[in-house]
Design a protein around this ligand. Structure first.
Ligand code: SF4
Length: 319
């Protein structure tokens, strides 16, 4: 497996989530999971669209109004339309963020500027519907369509949290490949992510395999371009217990000749108990990793599925 870069990964983040007092009322929205746990593994690049586009703290509250596909950002009482000011700044800011080398972004939910989805949009009768996207979040997602994004509230769901962080690590490795690409490195990337991709989407894994099969005979920049969208699309799909079971049994297949009958029996029992959701995924994975080390199985040693993110984040510890 390629040497992992141990530098902290950079993530963009809505500034108020770090405890910065930038909200319209002078407060913050500090999220302890982000500031106390994730900060040990990631460097944050804070962004507050409303302050950075020139608005003061405190300021009048604002909301989205009009067409949910192209809403206006308007102050609640004085009805000042801030859309142009915000959009102009946002288009410039996303270009600046290209230099920050971020591998994901954590947005503050429900904000008319930063909310990623289900932001209230008010119609002309002042009736809200939670169908909008914050103005900055919309421009950000159009500019960085491949970048993993998530909202702070959804990160309290263990499955969504694991999916987001796994995607961030995959994105970082993909960017490292793009920095010095070769057909061989693309083949190795695909091979090392085989189990991980299959846990997300068997269909997209196969589609990606067909693209990689052309490495060496087709133009490399075109192949990389074709590979990255389905790669990140696969990562957005949540693994299920059933998909994990398929991968785990596939892994057992690699051990068939190496494991003693007792070892194989014990591993299959743990996998079965995971399938019944009596054990978290980390239990069979830990035993597999033990056997991978014991038998030095070269193919499995290279699989990111067996160590997709730091163990200390405890992302696979839930049943
Ligand atoms: S939600 Fe966004 S715009 Fe509002 S205070 Fe937080 S970072 Fe600033």
């Amino acid at each position: 497996m390629a040497q992992e870069n141990n530098d902290k990964i950079r993530l963009g983040i809505s500034s108020c989530l770090l405890g910065n007092q930038v909200r319209y009322n002078g407060g913050h929205q500090r999220d302890p999971y982000l500031t106390d746990t994730l900060s040990r593994f990631f460097d944050f690049v804070p962004v507050c669209p409303e302050v950075e586009c020139g608005l003061p703290v405190p300021r009048e509250a604002m909301r989205l109004v009009g067409d949910p596909e192209a809403p206006r950002l308007v102050t609640v009482t004085s009805r000042i339309d801030l859309s142009e000011q915000m959009n102009r700044w946002a288009r410039r800011r996303v270009r600046e963020l290209e230099d920050e080398e971020i591998c994901g972004f954590i947005f503050k939910s429900k904000s008319p500027s930063s909310g990623m989805e289900r932001v209230k949009v008010y119609d002309h009768n002042n009736v809200p519907r939670a169908v909008g996207v914050g103005l900055f979040a919309r421009i950000f997602k159009e500019h960085f369509p491949l970048l993993p994004t998530e909202e702070e509230g959804r990160l309290h769901d263990m499955g969504l949290r694991e999916n987001f962080i796994e995607s961030v690590f995959v994105y970082r490795r993909w960017r490292a490949l793009l920095a010095a690409p070769s057909p061989g490195k693309l083949v190795a990337f695909h091979s090392e992510h085989k189990m991980l991709l299959r846990a997300h989407s068997e269909k997209l894994y196969r589609q990606l395999g067909k693209i990689v099969a052309e490495a060496g005979s087709q133009d490399l920049p075109t192949l990389l371009e074709r590979y990255q969208a389905p790669l990140m699309a696969a990562m957005r799909l949540k693994p299920t217990v059933k998909k994990h079971l398929n991968v785990l049994l596939h892994i057992v297949g690699h051990f068939k000749k190496l494991l003693s009958s007792d070892e194989k029996k014990e591993l299959l029992e743990l996998i079965e108990r995971y399938g019944e959701q009596h054990l978290p995924l980390i239990v069979p994975i830990t035993l597999i990793n033990h056997y991978v080390r014991k038998y030095k199985e070269p193919y499995l040693q290279r699989q990111y599925y067996l160590h997709p993110h730091p163990l200390e984040l405890k992302l696979r510890n839930h049943a």
